[in-house]
Structures are given as C-alpha cells and as structure tokens.
Design a protein around this ligand. Sequence first.
Ligand SMILES: [Zn+2]
Length: 443
Amino acid sequence: MPQMRLFRGHILNPIAEDRYTLHVDGGIVVDGSGTMLEVGEYHEVKQQYPSATVVDYSDRLILPGFIDTHIHLPQYGMIALHGKELLEWLKTYIFPAERAFTPEVADTLCPLFFRSLLSHGVTTAAIYCSVQKDSTHVAFEWAEKTGIRAIIGKVMMDQNAPDVLLENTSESLQASEDVCRTWHGAANGRLLYAFTPRFAPTCSRALMRAVSDLAGQYGAYIQTHLAEHPAELQWVRELFPETQSYTDVYFRAGLLGPKTMLAHAIYVSSDERRLLTETGTCVSHCPTSNLFLKSGLMPLRELMDIGLRIGLGSDVGGGPTLSPFEIMRSAIYVHTARRFLPDFRGGDISPATALYMATLGGAKALGLDDTIGSLDRGKEADFIIVNPQRLSPFSTATGTELSSETLLSRMIFQGDDRIVERTYVRGDLCYDRRSCGKNEREI
Ligand SMILES: [Zn+2]
C-alpha cells in the first residue's frame, strides 16, 4: 500500500462561479489510491493524520488542475498558422494533417502532446482524434501511459469531407463503437470515450441519429462543434433546410443532452439557447480560437446567465496555444470587447470566474465535478504546483506575500507554463519541471 501523503502549501480553491478560498498554510491529505482524504489548515490536518509523509510546498501555490474541454490532437503540428478562416483553414492545413495522422505519426505526436498539456497544468482534456481508428487507439494508449485524465473520440465524417477522410456511415459507427468498447472507463475511469461527429456539415442525419443511440447505450459522451463561423452557418442552412437552426439539427438527431459538449456556440438565437438549456447540453468556450480564426465574439456572460454549463477550451490547432492562462485572460478580453457592441447586456467576467471556468466550471460541464475540479475531501487528487515568484515584480520576493486577489489577477494576466512546476493526476506526479521535461511518473 503506497504511503499516505500530506501536501503543504498555499491552497487556492474555486468553490463557485465568483468565489474561491485560500488556505495560506494549507494541507491536503492524499491516500494511496490518489483520493483526497482531507483539505484544510495544515496544522489541523497534520494533527488528524500524524503519520502521513509531508510533501512540502510551503512557498508554492496549490491549485486544482486545469480542464481543457475542447482540443484536437492531430492538429498539434499545425498550431498557430494564422491567416485563414474556418472552412479554408480546414481545407488548407487541417484535413491534410488529419490524413497524415497514421498510427506511426500518432506514436510520435502523442507523447509530445500529452506532456505539453501536463506542463501547462492541464490534468483533464476532451480530445478529438482523426477518423483513423488505430490512431485513436494509440492516443488512448499514450494517455494511459502519461497519466493524464482524458475524454477522447475518433472523428466521424460521412459526407462533405475530402475523399481520403470520408467514411462509410456504418463503418464509421462500427469503428467508433469498437474504440469506445475498449477504452470507455479504462484506467479505473480516468479514460473515457466521446462519440465525435465532427460537425453537422460533414455528418449525415443517419450517422448523427445512430451516434445518439450508441452514446446512450454506452453512457459515453458526444462532442461536436456548433455555430462557430458565419460561413459554416450558411452551409448548415443549405444542407439541412428542414431545420429551424443549427442547434435544431442536433436536437432533431437526438444529440443534445447532459453528456454532449458543443464547442464555440458563438451565433445562437434565443430559441437555440432555450434548446440548449432545456436539454442540459454543455458548451466549450474557445476564446483564443474564436479570435485566431476570426470566427467571432461569444456572448459568454449571456450564456452563463441562462444557466448553461460552460468550460474553457484551447481548440488547438484552431487556437494558437495550449496555455490555460492565455485562454482565461482571452475569455476576459473577449468579454471586455463585447461591452463596446451596441446590443451588449450583462455583467462582468472576473479573474475568479475565469479560474472557475478553467477548473470547477469545466468539471461541472463534463459532469465530473464529484471527482475533479476543486480540492475537496473525497475528490481525486488532480492538482498543480505553481511558483508565484514570477508574479511579483521584485526578484527577491517569494510571491507568497501577495494578497490572493493580486496573485489570482497576476496569474491570469501574466501566467504561462513557466510558473507550473509540477502536475499531479490522481495523486501521481505526471510532470515535473525539474526533470527537464522528461515524462516521469513518481509512482
Ligand atoms: Zn474544434
């Protein structure tokens, strides 16, 4: 039985959309299976668990790991190529990259990709692969090895895709079901499957309806894109003339529901918003991607205020960075830009709200908030160790003397992967900056 450990540090913990707690000298007790047994003041916790081995991060911040609710693994090699808008960008860069995502290429790319996510403090990611079934297996194998928590899906496209990526409907369903059967719930629930019809234009009605049945049968997720770019909306109107809206395409196919994650949702009418709330569907907000591909400004505050569960997504390679810090500050900047629009309504997005969305809010969106998203007794020990020294303008200061408001604001507006020193998933050390980036697991 591995030893019980007591992690000591400044614990910053989101508890609600605009609220968090700080234990200046806090302690987290983690048992051998990676579950948190207690979180509180260090001296109290120490008294309760005197035999636990102390892991001392006294001059460091401990935060819940970040959750990236939308990212494309095969596009990692095509990151940050600026200039084109969604449909042209897909054609020029992305479909060729996804075609090239053979199992051999996946075997090279996956360790870099997962290590990079962990080095940015991402402990959970919802990931699109390509249409290739065997490459999706490779992605799961590397997720298992690197220790990250992941929801992964094989992309499905049975219409309007380049010939080399176009699938036969029943083969696409069969291949997805095979991967789901192998991996959904693997690694004791750390790995989960998401049926992944790319977006309405590349998916037939029959495919989408069958995905709804399969996902229900296996209790798996569904992930797809919604209303990202005006040209895409026009295309959907032409392809599905019988529907009321883009959201209605998915509604009629039975794709909406609490385990469905829709990326972007920039252009959604009030009727569509009602469909999303009534079905409990969740949304991934991808502000860096929405700016990078010139897609638009999502009405984040308005969608939050109607009760939608919303997490943050990097949408790499549509987004130019994996960094949750950059995505959090971009969410705030986009909201600020929207304040200048004539139809703007609603309040603010604070640094506390951005942190919530990147952690507990993301967990709620994925329906995993009983397991991850914050540092609480009974949840799994997914957390990161952050060095606050870089957040102080004075090189001699440790950073820990700063107020929690200052730390949070500086972390979001100045932070990057250099402040993330260690990343733990389920109590396992999955990334350690000291080891020069080697992907070593402590246990
Ligand atoms: Zn995407």
